[in-house]
Design a protein. Structure first.
Length: 351
């Protein structure tokens, strides 16, 4: 359990693989289904990646696409290799297609949100995430499955929201091997078609009354299972609303405007083909390479050093003889240099 504790950061606690396998064992899928799975607190993406792989192994011809959101930069960079799509940032900035996700795995930060000028009451962060991310008309499609991982003592705070928005609810705790560390429980439930005129008092009171002794571990042998429905449609939008330089570059490179700029500014021999500059007939000379680096077409992070092209205006004064005497003439010219940042030699300018 020291391993699990060491993975915690910023209130995030990774789900042990054993528990994820037991979660997946309680899920049903249809053959050849197309599933959209989302994790708004993805961490390094291991949990959702594992879940997607396990579901694909349960259905013939099944395809599970994985979408994640992660606030912490280092974890998000790792998640890029584990998930199909990852948004770097908080879920508050997420822009995504609504009601097209088959299932949501929600393992929010474990914390208590303090009062603020906008919020006159305090509540558990786990409940805030549940309220924001499962609101009607948001990401989960009607009938979509919620798998909600929280500490057992938070269940009482989340009971009203769970009972109002979800049905077929069941709660399990982690196995005896992992439960003592963080006392986590898993809530399964399908999103209701509508919460209007639904009497939820009995279900809410049942959830509020559950104690540790009432909760069966995930490895309890029973017949309870939940269907992960086929996705209502494609995820056409899934990205953050804050500007990400890498996303902007991808948009620019894929834009038809970029081709128009090529045609306007470059001769036919230099225009891009399939997104790449045409290979020159002869090898580039040093002067050509220097010009390319200075223009920013080549360079950047070169491993052991960094190259940056800089062009600046330089003024020089000279004296000329005239019929009436001598006068000073000032000339301006542009000088291009390559600035090298090297851990061995420091900063060096090459003209």
């Amino acid at each position: 359990m020291v391993r699990l504790a060491s993975q915690s950061k910023g209130g995030f606690y990774a789900t042990p693989p054993k528990e994820m396998e037991l979660i997946a064992s309680r899920l049903k899928v249809n053959d050849k289904a197309r599933l959209n799975l989302v994790d708004p607190c993805a961490g390094e993406g291991d949990a959702l990646k594992h879940l997607g792989q396990l579901l694909e192994s349960k259905g013939e011809g099944l395809l599970a696409q994985t979408f994640g959101v992660e606030l912490e930069k280092e974890r998000a960079e790792i998640a890029e290799d584990n998930l199909d799509v990852i948004v770097k940032g908080g879920y508050e900035w997420l822009r995504a297609s609504n009601e097209v996700f088959s299932a949501m795995y929600l393992n929010p930060p474990y914390d208590h949100e303090a009062k603020s000028s906008e919020n006159s009451f305090s509540e558990r962060t786990e409940v805030k995430f549940l309220r924001d991310l499962t609101a009607p008309g948001k990401y989960l499609q009607p009938g979509g499955l919620l798998v909600y991982c929280i500490p057992q003592h938070v269940l009482k705070d989340a009971a009203s929201l769970l009972a109002t928005r979800f049905q077929n609810i069941q709660v399990y705790r982690f196995t005896d091997e992992n439960y003592p560390t963080f006392k986590q429980v898993i809530v399964f439930g399908h999103r209701r078609e509508s919460s209007k005129k639904i009497k939820t008092k009995d279900e809410r009171e049942w959830l509020e009354s559950l104690t540790e002794a009432d909760l069966p571990p995930l490895d309890t042998p029973d017949d309870s299972s939940w269907l992960v429905p086929e996705a209502n449609g494609k995820v056409k939008l899934f990205r953050g609303s804050l500007m990400d330089p890498e996303e902007i570059m991808k948009d620019v490179e894929g834009s038809s405007t970029w081709d128009a700029v090529d045609k306007l500014l470059l001769p036919p021999s230099a225009r891009k083909r399939d997104g790449k500059l045409k290979r020159p007939i002869l090898p580039l000379k040093q002067m050509h390479m220097g010009t390319a680096i200075a223009a920013g077409l080549v360079g950047g992070n070169m491993g052991s050093h960094y190259l940056e092209g800089i062009t600046r205006k330089v003024a020089s004064t000279r004296t000329e003889a005239t019929e009436t005497g001598r006068k000073e003439v000032t000339e301006e010219r542009h000088v291009t240099i390559i600035r090298v940042f090297s851990p061995e030699f420091g900063v060096v300018d090459l003209e």
